[in-house]
Design a protein around this ligand. Structure first.
Ligand code: NAP
Ligand code: G4F
Length: 351
């Protein structure tokens, strides 16, 4: 019997140049998708994470296309969707840094909140009945939680930043377009996920980069903010697989994706230091707290109030039982593997 010639699925990824966009593109290419990635204009190169996929000199990858666009620009979204008419859209584009959202609240809302609205409205205007939409929702939406219970799809939102407020808007907008217009729009409520490709100002990357450099005597100390916030850290490679699974499920829905393992920033530092054979002891309290390298008595961790947020999310731990049961998804990588993967990458840069 001859092979059935199945049409390749077509996906648009907004936020292709980011951590998740780059892993998702690799994942979908392995699944034989045609990928159209949207990249915003920048005065310096912003394609570092995808250059290995898109060989801009030889145009070798025939299933991978990059378009200029911006989620603050409706016309660019509308014309791309009209041209490509994709099977799936992954909206990963956002001003994704919580602390930065206190400094640029209006731009954060414009991109992170209204960006989702612009894409969904374009799907509606173009009457793309078969296009499925993935919204990169966030555990930051849970915000202020009074109890130390884990959060699931039924937990109420109480955002503590304009980033969180914007993600709540995008979440409800996705639910609204699903219920009002029948668009297949799903929310993945993803808890923190990291990788060697994580941006350098997020805490895990900052800690690992800093400690590796301290170990190699290229940096003296690391300045941080709140050491007592608790997060549920997973590996980005695990999480992009769920994005795809969410869009393959029989109906559009909302899903918590996490590891259910909690860890404070301080415990994360201690774990990383141990793996690098840096022996840290902690002294003092409040903003005077310091981490000292026991072997040479040097201060390696200091606190700086500029990293303390006007609104903080103190406790995040995700209950992903729904995704486990219905999507048959669970994380493959542990936080120990994640840290080792990130340390390995960092050390290799200095070889
Ligand atoms: P990231 O590395 O910061 O990537 C964000 C992407 O959005 C980048 O490609 C960025 O482009 C792009 N972008 C920003 N503003 C844009 C605009 N105006 N127009 C077009 N593109 C724009 O974030 P990530 O960690 O991959 O996260 C992906 C998505 O998941 C984000 O929406 C984030 O808020 C959400 N999320 C992340 C986590 C997490 O722990 N990583 C958890 C929950 C939800 P440049 O490369 O040019 O900056
Ligand atoms: O690494 P972070 O900046 O991540 P945050 O704020 O949890 O946000 C990330 O996860 C969200 C999902 O929950 C995403 F939606 C969002 O896009 C992003 O990917 O900070 C983690 C914790 C915070 O409590 C922060 O106050 O670490 C604390 N922290 C302590 N010192 C620091 C620092 N965070 C950063 N970025 N830099 C510090 O020096």
């Amino acid at each position: 019997m001859g092979k059935i010639n199945k049409r390749k699925k077509v996906a648009i990824i907004f936020g292709i140049t980011g951590q998740d966009g780059s892993y998702l593109a690799e994942f979908l290419l392995k699944k034989n998708y045609i990928i159209h990635g949207v990249k915003r204009r920048s005065s310096s190169a912003n394609t570092e994470r995808i250059d290995h996929i898109f060989d801009s000199i030889n145009f070798r990858n025939k299933n991978f296309f990059i378009h200029y666009g911006d989620i603050t620009d409706s016309s660019s979204i509308l014309s791309l969707l009209n041209k490509v008419k994709p099977d799936e859209i992954y909206n990963l584009a956002a001003q994704s840094h919580v602390k930065v959202s206190f400094d640029i609240p209006e731009y954060t809302a414009n991109s992170t909140a209204l960006g989702a609205l612009r894409i969904l409205e374009s799907i509606k205007i173009l009457n793309l009945k078969k296009t499925k939409y993935y919204q990169a929702s966030s555990s930051e939406m849970f915000g202020k939680q009074v109890s130390k219970k884990s959060q699931n799809e039924k937990t109420s939102f109480h955002p503590m930043s304009i980033y969180g407020v914007s993600k709540v808007f995008a979440y409800h907008t996705s639910v609204f377009y699903r219920e009002a217009y029948g668009i297949f729009a799903s929310n993945g409520i993803l808890f923190n996920h990291e990788s060697p490709r994580r941006g350098p100002t997020f805490v895990t990357k900052k800690i690992i980069q800093g400690l590796v450099r301290i170990k190699l005597k290229k940096q003296k100390f690391l300045s941080l903010g709140n050491l007592y916030a608790v997060r549920d850290w997973g590996h980005a490679q695990d999480y992009v697989e769920t994005m795809w699974k969410i869009l393959q499920y029989k109906k559009a829905d909302d899903w918590v994706i996490a590891t259910n393992v909690e860890m404070s920033v301080k415990k994360f530092i201690n774990k990383c230091a141990k793996k690098l054979n840096i022996n840290i002891i902690w002294k003092n309290k409040g903003l005077n707290e310091v981490g000292i390298n026991k072997d040479n008595n040097e201060v390696v961790i200091k606190l700086d109030k500029k990293y303390i947020r006007p609104g903080e999310v103190n406790y995040l731990r995700g209950d992903y039982s729904k995704a486990k049961k219905l999507l048959k998804w669970k994380p493959k990588y542990t936080v120990d593997y994640l840290i080792e993967d990130m340390i390995r990458y960092e050390k290799n840069l200095y070889k």
